[in-house]
Write a new protein. Structure first.
Length: 244
């Protein structure tokens, strides 16, 4: 390839495009779409419904009583002979009963107080703290249960996709769509990199690299470069400049 009409960055871009074309054709679009959509679905679905699922498990006494009992026992055991007054705050109980750093204890304490405003003595505070922390733990457990369940579903869908690709026609179409998808993802990443680069070019500490880039991409001439076209016509940068 003639380096007079193509810079080093252009070569990297062209080689990257070819690699992603081949990779996309071999991998196909179906499995990639399932993976990308699956990650989004796992995160969104698990975050939205983990609280409801946790309440379902709590209502049916699944795991929750054990977690609550261990936390409550630990707090009460640590509070013995510590001389806390009957009007001890939630933060004080947390610091003493669970050896939690002050700023974390105060943060959790606000949440406990909001959920349980009527706290009269140390024991009621300990019960409230135990219930609050056990519920938080159940939310985390529920999130992972839902995420693992959805992950298994996605694996099954991928196996079905592999079975469909045994058909030559489906494999060819999937390969073409895969090549388009992978190159599109590659183009989006390149666009993002060039957008960041455009901001670096304004920084004094980037001066040395800037001089090399100006020569390689021929930014100060009328010569054509693929990298130059992507840099000067960067859609993401234009959108950011338009709104910000």
């Amino acid at each position: 390839m003639d380096l007079k009409i193509c810079g080093l960055i252009d070569i990297i871009l062209i080689v990257g495009t070819i690699i992603f074309l081949i990779l996309g054709f071999k991998k196909g679009a179906i499995k990639k779409i399932i993976s990308l959509a699956g990650i989004l679905v796992i995160l969104v679905f698990s975050i939205i419904y983990c609280g409801q699922f946790a309440q379902f498990l709590i209502h049916h006494n699944v795991i929750y009583p054990s977690i609550y009992g261990k936390i409550n026992t630990n707090i009460l055991t640590n509070l013995e002979n510590k001389g806390l007054s009957a009007g001890a705050t939630v933060g004080e109980v947390l610091k003493t009963g669970l050896n939690i750093p002050g700023f974390i204890a105060d943060m959790i304490g606000k949440g406990v107080t909001n959920h349980y405003p009527q706290l009269t003595d140390v024991n009621s505070v300990a019960d409230a703290v135990s219930g609050y922390l056990a519920t938080m733990a159940m939310n985390v457990i529920s999130f992972f249960i839902l995420a693992i369940g959805l992950f298994v579903v996605i694996l099954i869908l991928k196996l079905i996709a592999d079975m469909l690709r045994t058909n030559k026609f489906v494999k060819a179409v999937d390969g073409i769509l895969g090549a388009v998808l992978y190159v599109t993802i590659y183009a989006a990443v390149v666009c993002f990199i060039f957008c960041i680069l455009s901001y670096f070019m304004r920084c004094s500490w980037f001066e040395g690299a800037k001089k090399w880039l100006e020569v390689d991409m021929q930014l100060n001439t009328n010569k054509f470069r693929i990298s130059k076209a992507l840099y000067e016509g960067n859609i993401l940068r234009r959108l950011l400049e338009l709104f910000f």
